[in-house]
Design a protein around this ligand. Structure first.
Ligand SMILES: [Mg+2]
Length: 181
């Protein structure tokens, strides 16, 4: 029996879908509902980017590390508030690793666990898939899963190596060129 495999574009959350807040030189998500409403929120044209990906025949899947509840940086209630906004985006699926790094789980990026789980669930050919992220955890997970990496450029990732780079979603032509070549 031949089973036709699908392909996907995996999206990181913070720095790709949501604005980050730089603390001690590192990009971090909002740590409260108030901070999300005042300084966080969505990056421009996120919905259009997800729809573009889907129109080109890819599944759009969120794969994000969210250890900040475990770190005590954000309450469960405020996390749920932020994530409820993200859940309204037209993603086909959402994978979240809530673990603390000390738990040594298989899903926390840079490990490729979330991508491998998604691949099993949706019958995804990872070699024809992309991971769109903003940090080394993303480019590394992408490499380990056998995907191609797309880096969303930011002040904190200029030295990072990736297969492709885009500046933002305001001009989707760059993304379309990468996904159709
Ligand atoms: Mg990120």
């Amino acid at each position: 029996m031949s089973e036709l495999k699908t392909k996907a574009v995996f999206f990181d959350r913070d720095g790709v879908i949501l604005k980050t807040i730089i603390r001690n030189g590192k990009p971090t998500p909002a740590y409260s509902k108030k901070e999300f409403d005042e300084k966080g929120g969505f990056l421009p044209n996120v919905v259009e980017a997800i729809e573009t990906v889907k129109k080109l025949g890819y599944l759009a899947i969120l794969a994000t590390n969210q250890p900040d509840i475990k770190y005590g940086n954000i309450s469960q209630e405020d996390f749920d508030y932020v994530q409820s906004k993200v859940a309204k985006l037209p993603f086909d699926d959402i994978f979240i690793c809530f673990h603390h790094p000390n738990e040594n789980c298989d899903c926390r990026k840079p490990k490729p666990g979330m991508l491998l789980s998604a691949s099993r669930k949706w019958n995804i050919d990872l070699s024809k898939s992309f991971f769109l992220g903003d940090t080394e955890n993303d480019t590394e997970a992408s490499k380990l899963a056998g995907c191609k990496s797309i880096l969303m450029e930011a002040s904190y990732n200029t030295d990072l190596e990736a297969d492709y780079r885009i500046k933002n979603f305001t001009d989707n032509e760059g993304l379309i060129t990468i996904l159709t070549n």
